[in-house]
Design a binder for this molecule. Structure first.
Ligand code: ARG
Length: 463
């Protein structure tokens, strides 16, 4: 409808809108050090291969170093109208070294350039996530080691089920975060392939030495297919999936923190720095960090779903849609990293309500399975024993008694096979009885803690 030719102001507005819509500088400037490292390695290789004069390669490298300093010192003048980080760096290089700057982009396209930058970024972000997970695992181990004999009810369906020791419960999270670290390591491996040398998509007509660029940038391999290299983003999907599952695990832990720190449970007290007061209710200590970990989980899932959707309909090779890969990636990292460190802080600093945990176990029927097992040891088939103890539980609930308060007569009314020694079925005997690998017997848990320290030590040494 609007005829821009007759309305310069509208034309200018339209142009601004168009460039706002396409530009990515406000987020991809975060890739500046990867972009400059990639350019330096590329320029050096061009010089070594005599594709450009060595002296020009040196000048380019010097100029790029200066740009890196300007950016890190906050002196760089960003120009959004130049669209992205790559064009901003290249244009500044022209200002600094003049025409020679024009040789840098020989045998390169922004397509293999941006894929290289993003792979470098994902590799280091994945390493950071692994390190943060290891720290959280260490925090869990420290607490687990202190609580190999702290008994609390284990829950299924949020109903008290069987007694466990708190260290065992914490070690469950150790295992989840261990697998999460494995997924981030897989993301790092997926990203560890150099696209440079793929050009826009078909490869390059120059005698490139791609291996040397890979080596200089620390990539384990070079890509095998130029069209794949510029167009897939599965290495980001790996990262986003690893981040999503990590957030799912963190969210479960956070949910337990919220529940456990409530007055109703009183199982833990969160450290002050991870709670906040209410603006109206002076007594409150709200578990805000835990709630925000739980609350932010969805946005990370969202980024995974968004990128899966972005790539699903794309013909080979590069399409501008792919520019949408970065904001979600960065936001996922900015979410999962502080969530991991807050979780580690809460685990380290929490006070454990040992007495409240024991009381919850005592004032419940968590010994029912063990009492049935007692009858099984006297020769009763398990299903029959189960029925007898179910009747016993029903009867004690009706009488308002805990198992601990039942008399021998109560027991005998459920089965003649009960003897005085049923009184030796206690919370302690119940956890001690679960003496299988992976079970909650305190000795097993202590052993699991020691093994976990060993595993952590071994992996951290090689990561
Ligand atoms: N900003 C772009 C991105 O992130 C860089 C690559 C642009 N390539 C192109 N052919 N327009 O994907």
């Amino acid at each position: 409808m609007t005829d821009h030719e007759n309305d310069p102001a509208a034309a200018a507005r339209g142009a601004r809108l168009a460039s706002d819509f396409t530009q990515s500088l406000h987020y991809d400037r975060r890739l500046y050090s990867e972009d400059i490292a990639g350019s330096i390695a590329h320029a050096r290789m061009l010089g070594r291969q005599e594709i450009i004069p060595t002296a020009d390669a040196d000048t380019i490298v010097e100029g790029l170093r200066q740009i890196e300093r300007e950016i890190s010192d906050g002196e760089f003048k960003w120009k959004p109208e130049l669209e992205d980080i790559h064009m901003n760096v290249e244009s500044r290089l022209h200002e600094i070294i003049g025409e020679t700057a024009g040789r840098l982009h020989t045998a390169r396209s922004r397509n293999d350039q941006v894929a290289t930058d993003t792979r470098l970024w994902v590799k280091s972000a994945a390493s950071d996530a692994v390190a943060a997970l290891r720290d959280l695992q260490r925090a869990l181990l420290t607490q687990a080691e202190r609580h190999t004999e702290t008994i609390l009810p284990g829950y299924t369906h949020m109903q008290r089920g069987q007694p466990v020791v708190f260290g065992h419960h914490l070690l469950a999270y150790f295992e989840m975060f261990d697998r999460d670290a494995g997924r981030f390591l897989a993301a790092r491996r997926a990203a560890d392939v150099l696209p440079l040398g793929s050009g826009a998509m078909a490869g390059s007509p120059y005698p490139l030495d791609r291996e040397s660029v890979a080596e200089e940038l620390g990539f384990a391999a070079i890509s095998s297919n130029s069209m794949d290299a510029v167009s897939d983003r599965d290495f980001i999907l790996y990262y986003l999936f690893a981040a999503s599952v990590t957030m799912a695990h963190l969210s479960r832990l956070a949910e337990e923190f919220v529940t456990w720190s409530s007055d109703e449970f009183g199982f833990i007290r969160l450290p002050d720095e991870y709670t906040s007061g209410s603006s109206i209710m002076p007594q409150k200590r709200n578990p805000d960090f835990a709630e925000l970990i739980r609350g932010k989980t969805g946005r990370v899932y969202g980024h995974l779903m968004a990128l899966l959707t972005t790539v699903k309909g794309l013909p080979l090779t590069y399409n501008r849609d792919l520019q949408e890969d970065k904001e979600g990636l960065f936001d996922a990292a900015d979410t999962v990293m502080p969530a991991l460190s807050a979780a580690a802080g809460m685990v380290r600093g929490m006070t454990v309500g040992v007495d409240r945990m024991r009381l919850a176990a005592e004032s419940s029927y968590v010994l029912a399975t063990d009492i049935a097992d007692y009858l099984v040891r006297k020769g009763v088939p398990f299903r029959k024993a189960y029925i007898a103890v179910a009747a016993l539980a029903k009867q004690s609930i009706a009488a308002g008694k805990g198992f601990g308060e039942l008399t021998m007569d109560d027991f005998r009314s459920a089965s003649k096979l009960f003897d005085e020694d049923v009184m030796t079925v206690t919370l302690k005997s119940a956890v001690e009885a679960r003496d299988v690998p992976g079970g909650t017997a305190p000795e097993r848990v202590m052993d699991a803690v020691q093994k976990a320290y060993g595993r952590l030590h071994a992996t951290v040494a090689e990561e």
